[in-house]
Design a binder for this molecule. Structure first.
Ligand SMILES: [Zn+2]
Length: 63
């Protein structure tokens, strides 16, 4: 098993951990229903992607 040759300094260890960040998802407006959706995903509101309905439209009365 590979073993580290030297102890990682506090500065080096903390600097590595400091670059760990969650990023906000890219939100775009659905071209069909104008809802705010994640980019490159089927719209969860109207089921449209690339100008056509690819999954069945989910309405609140169907639930
Ligand atoms: Zn939509």
């Amino acid at each position: 098993m590979a073993v580290p040759k030297r102890k990682v300094s506090k500065a080096r260890r903390d600097n590595r951990r400091a670059n760990w960040r969650a990023t906000a998802p890219t939100l775009v407006e659905c071209p069909h229903c104008k809802a705010s959706i994640k980019a490159h995903t089927v719209c969860p509101e109207c089921g449209y992607y690339d100008g056509r309905e690819v999954v069945a439209h989910k309405t609140k009365e169907e639930k």
